[in-house]
Design a protein around this ligand. Structure first.
Ligand code: G16
Length: 544
């Protein structure tokens, strides 16, 4: 089979963001755009020549076309074996599982995560390294550097591969294996969690759950694991068929977009437990009856209860959270006498800590949690962790979380997002905040006294790499915090995020409304950043 060299020209907007290269579908459809980025991956990763590459995506619009392009370019670039999820599907955590299990040299995951899909929606591409995790900054920067000079790419001319037939075939010298996307992942889950005990919980007849797959990639995984293996009952999984446009929905597991399970877990007839995951299956939302578990609390509860779960019974080495995630897990770590790391936003920053066995569990406020079982955050894993916990403790979600607060105190938490603001205005706003940092420590903002104010910089304790400008932190003496940063996953203009956290030790005050507790901090945060004057917005687009 002959490989051809096709002329193109470098694109200057291919620097990967928080999680790979994420753009509008129409951007990826520009001739040579995807091909150039792929060539940059092949050029920067010589191990792929003769090596094994895992490929799959969340099934969104353009997934199948992109996989055919990857197949042709992989063959032309000398890849030895391609492992592809049947139908072109692989959830992000399942891709990580396969890379590790089959000792692949890397993986390409096609997803724009929770962003909407369809011809007018978003698309994305992520490269994961041999440890199964997202490429660290050093590698994404290398790929970016290659994109600046790529002016041709290699491809072979051949018929499209049928992505819906399992088995092996050859394309020239490259072996292509199409495998069931669920089997290996489901096997790993059964090793970590007590499936027998969870089955008993479902059989008891007094426990009902719902899982919203949001017409995204976890549908087949959830049908198999929850309904078939755990016998949760037909109908437990809703919106379980992956669709190219996610059924017109927004596959973001939060209280707004996963509203169906919010409604069906409310009131006396509500289910006991409900959960959802996102486009590529790495995010999760956890609900009890009339009860929302914030992602930050979820991580803290998991850490505090890990000893009750089969796969984590022995011990957990340490925990980590992204900087804007609430400090709830820090309190658990202190109580357990284990290390707690604070990393920049982006799962890739957990990679070295996991590889070096410094941490077992980690999570983020952005609805992500995971462990050392794979090198990605994992939506269904989090759901199974909670199910296992509910099966052991036989208490409601609300009881488990409220008891947790009684022991550790409650970190009230909220996030304000201002989406699609003008990029220059967003940058100027951050500069304005930076300028104020030196004079803030020791000063008073409202009733709060500033303890520290900085632009977060992270030094990786394993390889010493330094990542600067990771968000503005303002910490107050009584434990509250305001954090500002610009999102690295949006595709239009800039998204400013403000993260607010207030600590309350007194159990009498734990049932207060979050909005009420946060009001004074919101006022301080919006004033300090001159939000309205600088962005023209009097209200955020989304409050989580
Ligand atoms: C990605 C990253 C996460 C990050 C999230 C939000 O998640 O993997 O680590 O927390 O984006 O990032 P940002 O605040 O920069 O928009 P996902 O699920 O979108 O791939």
């Amino acid at each position: 089979m002959k490989s051809a060299l096709i002329s193109s020209h470098p694109f200057d907007d291919q620097r990967p963001g928080t999680s790979g290269l994420r753009k509008r579908v129409s951007d990826f459809q520009v001739p040579h755009y995807l091909e150039n980025f792929l060539q940059a991956i092949f050029d920067s990763q010589p191990d792929l020549r003769g090596g094994t590459l895992v490929v799959g995506g969340d099934g969104r619009y353009y997934n199948r076309e992109a996989i055919q392009i990857i197949i042709r370019m992989a063959a032309a670039n000398g890849v030895g074996t391609l492992i592809i999820g049947l139908g072109g599907l692989l959830s992000t955590p399942a891709a990580s599982c396969l890379i590790r299990k089959y000792r692949a040299n890397g993986g390409i995951i096609l997803s724009a995560s929770h962003n909407p899909g369809g011809p007018d929606g978003d698309f994305g591409i992520k490269f994961n390294t041999a440890n199964g995790g997202p490429a660290p900054e050093a590698i994404t920067e290398l790929i970016y550097a290659c994109t600046r000079t790529v002016d041709c790419y290699r491809s072979v001319d051949c018929d499209a591969i049928d992505l819906d037939i399992a088995g092996e075939q050859l394309m020239g010298e490259m072996r292509i294996t199409l495998i069931d996307p669920v089997t290996d992942y489901a096997e790993l889950m059964s090793e970590l969690f007590d499936f027998g005990l969870i089955r008993k919980l479902f059989r008891s007849g007094d426990f009902r759950m719902l899982f919203d797959a949001m017409h995204a990639v976890t549908g087949p995984y959830a049908h198999h694991i929850l309904e078939e293996q755990l016998q949760a009952g037909a109908g437990t999984v809703i919106n379980g068929t992956p669709k190219e446009d996610f059924g017109g929905g927004h596959p973001d597991p939060n209280l707004v977009h996963a509203h169906e399970i919010v409604e069906r877990s409310a009131g006396v007839d509500g289910v006991d437990f409900a959960a959802a995951s996102d486009g590529d299956g790495d995010r999760n939302m956890i609900l009890g009856r009339d009860f929302f578990v914030t992602p930050s609390d979820s991580l803290a509860v998991m850490a505090a209860n890990a000893h009750l779960i089969k796969g984590y019974r022995e011990s957990i080495h340490g925990v980590a959270r992204s900087m804007p995630t609430s400090q709830a897990v820090d309190r658990v770590a202190e109580h357990l006498g284990i290390s707690c790391y604070e990393t920049p936003t982006g799962w890739k920053f957990f990679g070295n800590l996991l590889d070096d066995s410094r941490i077992t569990l980690c999570g983020e406020e952005s609805f992500g949690s995971g462990s050392d079982h794979v090198q990605e955050k994992d939506g269904l894993w989090a759901v199974l962790f909670w199910l296992n916990l509910l099966a052991v403790r036989r208490q409601s979600v609300a009881e488990i979380v409220t008891e947790h607060w009684q022991t550790f105190g409650r970190n009230f938490y909220t996030r304000y997002d201002y989406e699609g603001i003008e990029s220059a205005a967003a940058k100027a706003l951050v500069e304005h905040l930076r300028d104020q940092l030196p004079k803030l420590p020791g000063s008073k903002l409202g009733a709060y006294k500033v303890e520290y104010a900085d632009d977060f910089s992270y030094t990786d304790p394993v390889d010493g790499s330094v990542s600067e400008h990771q968000g503005i932190r303002i910490g107050f003496t009584e434990g509250s915090r305001i954090v500002y940063r610009l999102s690295g996953t949006g595709t239009q203009g800039a998204t400013l995020r403000i993260y607010l956290e207030a600590y309350e030790a007194d159990p009498e005050k734990h049932r207060k409304e979050t909005a009420e507790v946060m009001r004074p901090l919101v006022k301080i945060a919006t004033k300090l950043a001159e939000i309205e004057a600088r962005t023209g917005r009097s209200e955020p687009t989304v409050i989580t």
